[in-house]
Every structure is written in C-alpha cells, then in structure tokens.
Design a protein around this ligand. Structure first.
Ligand code: ADP
Ligand code: MG
Length: 249
C-alpha cells in the first residue's frame, strides 16, 4: 500500500527512465513540501523536462516511485493524474488564440465545458467570480474580452497558468515559464508564483538565476539525470560541484 506522508506533497524515489539504454533520469529522488516552490535547474539535456514528463504520466518510467499525497502516479494515466490534482504547463504556450481570455478560462473551468456547464454558465455567478479572481491573479483582469491572439507572449504564458490555476491543482509544474518574457514580466511572474504557493506546491524548471532567486524555496540541480546538489539558492550557488558543471560557464 502507498502511504501518504503529510510532510510531503510529492515524494519522488529512485525514478529512472531509460531510452534505448540511455538513462535520461537516473535513480532520482527528491521530496516536495506543501507550499514549496521547488526550482529545478541544470544544463541542457540534464533531464529536467523528462522529470516533469514522468510525473505527469506523459512518459512511462522504467522504475521507481512517484508518490503524490499517497497515490502512486506511475500507475496512473495522464488524465487521472490531472484529476488527482497535478497541473503541468509545457514550454510553449497553448491557449486558444481565437477565443477571448474569458472564454479560455471558462473552457478550463472544471465541468465548465459540458452541456450542463454551458447551460448553467449564463447565470452561474460562482464561475464568473472564479474567472474574475483568476484574471486578477494573472494580471489580465482588464483583458477578459480580448482575443488571446492579441496578447503579448508573456500575457499568453500567464493565461495558460490561469487555465491551470482555475482547476485548483495541489501541485503545479511549469517548464521555463519566463522564457521570452521581459524583465518587468519576469518580476510580475515571480510575484504571481509567490502568491499562488500559499495554496499549493509548485515545481518550476528555470534558467534565469535572478528569477530563481526570487521564487525558490529550494533548488535541485540536475546533471545527467541525477541530483548534483540540493538546498537553498545560496547553498546551491556556493556548491563547488555546481559551479564546476553549471554556473561556472
Ligand atoms: P532538459 O529539459 O534538462 O534540457 P530533457 O529532459 O529534455 O533535458 O532531455 C534529457 C535527455 O533525454 C536528452 O539527452 C534528450 O535527448 C533525451 N530524451 C528526452 N526525451 C527522449 C525520448 N522520448 N526519447 C529519447 N531520448 C529522449
Ligand atoms: Mg527542457
């Protein structure tokens, strides 16, 4: 039986995936606490995206365990994992360009897109209220009736985060969310993440060390599918192993 240790939302243990003999993730273990923002850094090809693919069920692990609040995710399908409360954002934003910000959020609202959801929607104020709330969180409250196509790249990234937040996941995973954003947008994204971890845990893959410093509770440095170093930003930054393989160049 899988046990839920309340100290951790997510327990990744001995996780391994082998692609034709190449171990992209190699016996990896790490533990994420409630309300933690864990940042995964590491050189290109270190296995960062693959770790998220394994947790969300997109890639099948070769061995190991991913325990999310007592549920073994490695035995579950992608949609079951989403339903259990794990949201995942990919590197490129995938919003519906022809729909408004409001409609994009409405579509992502749980039960919002069934026949009954659509019928109820006309007068269902709780849904509207929730969309308004999310729009404020993602800095788009003044853009609700705008088509997503007209948003800036950064605003599209925020909208996609909003489309995940509206499902209220307990664990949110973001792959390089500030890539292509301006400095001002990065600052606002850091503010957004610091706010949303009051209600959930977040795993972020990121390269921008200034941004990492603004958001990280703890940092895991991945190298060749394994943990090279882990701890506070300061500890990791001063770790000679990390300086050698990553921050040094
Ligand atoms: P990162 O996100 O840290 O840059 P990735 O997780 O994307 O790295 O990739 C880690 C390694 O695994 C890379 O060498 C990549 O080529 C390889 N890889 C990732 N996915 C697959 C796959 N589906 N099949 C074969 N090799 C893969
Ligand atoms: Mg990647």
């Amino acid at each position: 039986m899988t046990i839920h240790n309340p100290n951790f939302v997510l327990m990744v243990e001995d996780l391994t995936v082998s692609f034709d003999g190449f171990k992209a993730v190699n016996d990896l273990s790490f533990y994420v606490e409630p309300n933690e923002c864990r940042v995964i850094i590491g050189p290109n090809g270190a296995g960062k995206t693959t770790v998220l693919d394994l947790i969300c069920g997109r890639t099948k692990a070769t061995s190991g365990s991913v325990n999310f609040k007592g549920q073994e995710l490695l035995k579950m399908r992608e949609d079951q994992i989403v339903h259990a409360g794990v949201g995942r954002k990919f590197q490129t934003p995938s919003v519906y360009e022809d729909l408004t910000v409001f409609e994009n959020l409405e579509l992502s609202y749980p039960q919002g897109h069934g026949v009954f959801g659509a019928l109820f929607f006309q007068r269902d104020d709780p849904v509207k209220t929730r969309i308004q709330e999310i729009a404020e969180t993602i800095f788009l409250e003044d853009h609700l009736s705008e088509k997503a196509a007209y948003l800036s790249h950064g605003q599209k990234q925020w909208l996609e985060i909003g489309m995940l937040l509206i499902q209220d996941p307990e664990l949110l995973m973001l792959d390089e969310p500030v890539a292509g954003m301006s400095v001002a947008e990065r600052k606002k994204t850091a503010e957004l993440l610091n706010r949303i971890i009051n209600d959930r845990s977040v795993i972020v893959i990121e390269h921008d060390m200034g941004f990492v410093a603004d958001i990280a509770t703890r940092v895991t440095v991945l190298h060749q599918g394994k943990t090279l170093s882990e701890g506070s930003m300061e500890r990791v930054q001063n770790d000679p192993k990390v300086i050698e393989v990553y921050l040094g160049h």
